[in-house]
Write a protein that binds this ligand. Structure first.
Ligand code: HGA
Length: 607
């Protein structure tokens, strides 16, 4: 979260920084700010809220400096107001920061004792004062920054600029990502390569512990002890265009509708539809020799992993340990000798997922990363990257990345089953053919939008919603609840339908909508029994099922959304769409900020 940018340029840099920040706004939008050095002096403009507010400020009061740093914030320390917006200043220093300085309280006390006065509530401001104290003690800017960095604990990416020096930005990375962009007589720093794509595609990613001295014509990178280090320069694959909404009202709507196409791109990357086999994946492990598979992720990606547990165990007879990454990272789980680990993250920068990955790596477990951003840290630190081909996902609530994650995981499950001999060639062909049908079913389901919008108008009137499902529809029920919470702010819970009687049934009355996700699968009848329990207590059932399920349910529902009959293997991929549409239309009805819901950010680079 939080996006940072730095430019040592030739022309006024503020508009360029704002352009780069637009590409980083997915990382946070609590506030934004830019600082430049003009005639030796530090100047800044900051604004609470989205970037557009900063743009307005800059129109009214432009900045003319040719060197600058910028920030878009997702607040961790201090409320999201202008005072807490970055860049933070000490007399001679300006700082932007992504991450958390864990020892900030102790440093703050120490600096206060030395007479430093703090303007903000942020952890970041201690960095500016620490450097300032070094400068006052006689250190040169580079030495001052290096000395200050040595005092910091926690996770940070920083860009630091100095009064009186129009050819120096210092970048530092310890955790969240930071890339150096190489231009012609201009240099750049950015949280990711996409931010820098309009300026350059020659990129050097800093590694943890690195800090860089960035000048117009030269970049030097050092480790924390001050030794020069060499880091490879790469051609980034970041797209230089700013993705637009096309004819859609929101990015989320556009991304939901892109799913038939991106699911098919993703599946085609892993499956050969002609031979009916999975493609070679260069995996760093042999599925046939694995005793267990560990999967770890956060949020929606975690729920994709949870669905895949059913697939790996059912088709490949491979036991899966699936964990929320923020729990896994501290759990010190003993990993089986013949195990492998998969990490799932749209951005490839999720801090908890990355920490879990590093734990597994330190235990010598081979690692695969399922990510949407190929050059991301999680991708780079894995033995193999298994990309989702979803394209840039801008809406903060994940939609197409989720179904593409499912597509990769389903392909892997088929691969695992084939390698472990738990399915024969015919069965492999059958499963691959079933997957190849998912995009077609997804297109058909999108045509149900009118009916789903009508249901959403009812949901928008309530305060609580319960989602139920069994088997792979259980994680999907949780995903439905998560999506609804995220963008409509309506409280929702996703439960395994069989758990209903162990607690949540107490919530059911005539005001409680219960969304039941129930394709006609192996346990459909069991889910019907749970629906009967809801109906008997007056609950309003919204049933998402297929043609056969609709005929056999034999129960009066408030509304039944009928999907085509389809193989149960692919149902979670296709059923994700009505679940997403329901949340989307409810949020539109509520008038919330669908693409940038409050308090959230797209790429979660803090714990
Ligand atoms: N701690 C800083 C930066 C927050 C951040 O990186 N969020 O992802 C602040 O609260 O401003």
């Amino acid at each position: 979260m939080c996006g940072i940018v730095g430019i040592v340029g030739q022309t006024p840099v503020a508009p360029l920084i704002v352009d780069a920040l637009k590409r980083l706004e997915y990382r946070g939008y609590d506030s934004a700010g830019v600082a430049t050095v003009e005639r030796g002096e530090l100047s800044r403009r900051r604004a609470e809220g989205k970037l557009v507010n900063l743009e307005r400020r800059l129109e009214a009061e432009p900045l003319s400096g040719t060197i600058g740093i910028g920030h878009t914030r997702w607040a961790t320390h201090g409320v999201p107001n202008e005072t807490n917006a970055h860049p933070h200043f000490a007399d001679e220093v300006a700082v932007v920061h992504n991450g958390i300085i864990e020892n900030f309280a102790e440093l703050r006390e120490e600096l206060k004792r030395d007479g430093y006065v703090f303007q903000s509530q942020t952890d970041t401001e201690v960095v500016a004062h620490l450097i300032s104290r070094e400068l006052r003690g006689g250190a040169e800017p580079i030495e001052a920054a290096h000395n200050a960095l040595k005092r910091l604990q926690g996770a940070f990416a920083l860009a630091i600029m100095f009064k009186g020096d129009e050819d120096l930005i210092i970048g530092a990375r310890n955790g969240p990502p930071l890339a150096v962009g190489h231009g012609q007589g201009e240099m750049y720093l950015g949280s990711d390569a996409i931010a820098l794509a309009p300026f350059t595609n020659a990129i050097t990613y800093l590694e943890d512990g690195d800090w860089a001295v960035v000048r117009r014509n030269k970049v030097q990178i050092f480790d924390i002890d001050g030794n020069p280090v060499k880091r490879q320069r790469q051609q980034s694959v970041g797209t230089s265009y700013l993705v637009d909404k096309g004819n859609h009202r929101h990015f989320m709507e556009k991304e939901i509708h892109e799913q038939p196409e991106v699911i098919s791109h993703t599946l085609a990357h892993y499956l050969d539809f002609i031979s009916g086999k999975t493609r070679e994946m260069d995996l760093p492990f042999d599925f046939a020799k694995l005793d267990r598979l560990a999967i770890s992720a956060c949020g929606t990606a975690y729920l994709a992993g949870l669905i895949s547990k059913y697939w790996f165990e059912r088709y490949a007879r491979l036991p899966v340990d699936i964990d929320i990454a923020s729990e896994f990272r501290y759990r010190e789980m003993p990993l089986a000798k013949n195990s492998a680990a998969l990490f799932v993250s749209q951005s490839g920068e999720t801090a908890d997922t990355l920490a879990s990955l590093r734990y597994c790596r330190s235990e010598g477990v081979p690692i695969g990363a399922i990510v949407n951003v190929r050059g991301s840290t999680i991708a780079r630190e894995s033995n193999v990257t298994l990309p989702t081909l979803a394209g840039p996902e801008i809406g903060v609530a994940s939609t197409k990345a989720f179904t593409c994650q499912l597509s990769v995981l389903a392909s892997l499950a088929v691969r695992a089953a084939a390698e472990r001999g738990t399915i024969d060639e015919e069965e492999e062909k059958r499963l691959v053919r079933q997957l190849s049908e998912a995009p077609r079913f997804a297109s058909q389901v999108l045509k149900l939008d009118g009916q789903i919008e009508k249901v959403a108008r009812e949901l928008a009137k309530v305060n609580h919603v319960l989602y139920l499902g069994r088997d792979t529809s259980y994680p999907l029920a949780m995903e439905g609840a998560l999506k609804l919470k995220e963008i409509s702010y309506i409280h929702a819970e996703g439960y395994a339908a069989g758990e209903l009687k162990h607690g949540p049934i107490a919530l059911i009355d005539e005001n409680m909508p219960v969304i039941v996700i129930a394709p006609h699968d192996r346990i459909f009848e069991k889910t019907v029994s749970n629906m009967q329990e809801v109906a008997a207590r007056g609950g309003r059932i919204i049933l998402i099922t297929d043609e056969t399920g609709a005929k056999r349910a034999g129960i009066e529902t408030f509304e039944t959304i009928v999907l085509p009959d389809m193989p149960e293997f692919i149902a979670p991929i296709v059923y994700a769409l009505p679940v997403q549409l329901l949340a989307y239309y409810t949020a539109v009805q509520m008038g919330t900020d669908v693409d940038q819901p409050r308090n959230l950010a797209k790429s979660v680079t803090v714990e």
